[in-house]
Design a binder for this molecule. Sequence first.
Ligand code: NAD
Length: 506
Amino acid sequence: MNDPREPSRANVVPMWVGGRQRPAASARTGEVTNPATGRVTRRVAFCNAADVDEAVKSAREAYPGWRDTPPLRRARILMKYRELLEAHRPELARLVTEEHGKTLADASGSVQRGIEVVEFATGIPHLIKGEHSEEVGTGVDCHSLRQPLGVCAGVTPFNFPVMVPLWMFPVAIACGNTFVLKPSEKVPSASMRMAELLKQAGLPDGVFNVVHGDKEAVDAILAHPDIKALSFVGSTPIAKYIYETCAKNGKRVQALGGAKNHAVVLPDADLEFTADALIGAAYGSAGERCMAISAVVAVGAAGDPLVAKLRQKAQALRIGPGDADGMDMGPLVTRAHRDKVAAYVDRGVAEGAKLVLDGRGLKVTEHEEGFFLGASLFDHVRPDMTIYRDEIFGPVLVVLRAKTLDEAIRLINANPYANGTAVFTRSGGAARRFEREIEVGMVGVNVPIPVPIAFFSFGGWRSSLFGDQHMHGMEGVRFYTRGKVVTTRWPGTDTAAPGFNMPTLG
Ligand code: NAD
């Protein structure tokens, strides 16, 4: 058995270029760990500009043939891919758990949500249809069509190794583009398996490629003149950098950033139901979800009984390795991230918030080296505190108190992040007001994590998304295509000759 700390070729996750695995030219590699054991399991290539160029060349060469493949044939490949993903769902979930740490059931659910985007993309012959109007002028017809862009790229975060890439490439390739994916270097293996399954489904070589690495690989993507569009999901500072650089380099871009998702709990809510919903939304996947509820705004009399219930339920969470039976929560992704989240708990205490439940110091038997952290709960958090202002991205839930729904809405609308939010109430009128007045991209009414289903589009507002189009659904189709409008006149249908004045067609 090779020592995974020694980068022998056999232990390094390679690129996927031209329909096969290919070692990177770059000698740089990074560690991939199993968060439950803390052990390095393999290494991953850190691609350089020459490696990225290889992948882009392969995608560029495959583009004309793929663009000219009828949409129905593209859809049939995706139908086969859907079957393969479904058949390999347990294997993909296992890869997610092994490199990310989340529980197998949660990983499997996220693969399922990704498969739903493939199902949406199989409708591409219908989704990509244009419009036609006859006789817009005498003897003149007009029609619109949408055409692919060319080579598109995706850069994805660590927290959904299967689902977030699947938000992007099925729609991109269904539209006739070719694709280069740069998954998170912390979780590289699932993308490689998804690439193999695409080939098995009949996707021509070069249509889908994978490069790995860090900033060096991403910067090479940003600078590459043959990449026409970039989809990014990750933290806000990087999303902003990606957006600005793409704009400067003339690329179409959608860059989804971080989040601080609030749940407002009104006094008339069913508190048992609400607390159950919030526990899953706050601590599921160890809080490493961009749609996790990380701040609760308890309105009026809801506060004390809600906090008591949250404490009792958070305390009862079963925390351990994601592949063990019956776990609610696994470890965090890396030791550094676990330590960063624990430091936020220290900070919250120092800033004077009331620590109702302390997750620091949790030990998981036989997994002492794993990156575990227990659930923490803070009450009486103020908007000026760091634990409220920052995205913690871990199992730390903060509760703020508000006197009225108005005050809660003002608080949320003033937050720089605006990915998801939810209201818990029995009042239709209050829910309707919340839905209309809240300035957030995705809203749940008694639904804590309102991730839109694949045929709607996913995206936040303000610092949670830089760009115009959200992901998948019709906004995804629009992002990965450009519109063209054709106006047609044939000799013999109209006698008017072209003139020198602005044409009015009438
Ligand atoms: P990250 O921003 O650190 O990394 C995301 C990607 O960017 C990775 O592929 C990484 O290699 C690359 N990257 C990192 N630093 C870079 C740099 N300086 N220059 C260029 N590229 C760089 O994010 P993460 O830690 O992998 O993921 C967690 C973050 O993603 C959280 O902030 C979370 O909210 C966010 N997220 C958002 C959504 C959403 O839909 N809005 C979904 C999932 C995750």
